[in-house]
Design a protein around this ligand. Sequence first.
Ligand code: FES
Length: 110
Amino acid sequence: MFFFGKKHPHQLTVLPHPALCPEGEIVPAIPGRSVAEILLQNRVEIDHSCQLQCACTTCHVHIMEGAQHLSPMEADERRMLDKVPGRDGFSRLACQAVFQGGGNVVVEIP
Ligand code: FES
């Protein structure tokens, strides 16, 4: 059973993903780091074909809670997200969404 309780002062909760983290994961969220950096530093191997340069869309995630704790979306990210077939109102590029502190974030990797 996935544990949704609080473990860190600020945390990033990754919902279960069959290949990347079948049980889900709760990892410390570090202000100033992007969601992709936080995931990769905690061995959640999200795709990042352009090496976090906002030049692909392989790091597409859904921010299910806590979007207000991330940096605002900029024009380059918005332009790239327009190419993602499954984009919705929760979509971000994990490499461009920088955790700013102040609360917790819940991420779904599509
Ligand atoms: S890793 Fe390419 S856009 Fe994020």
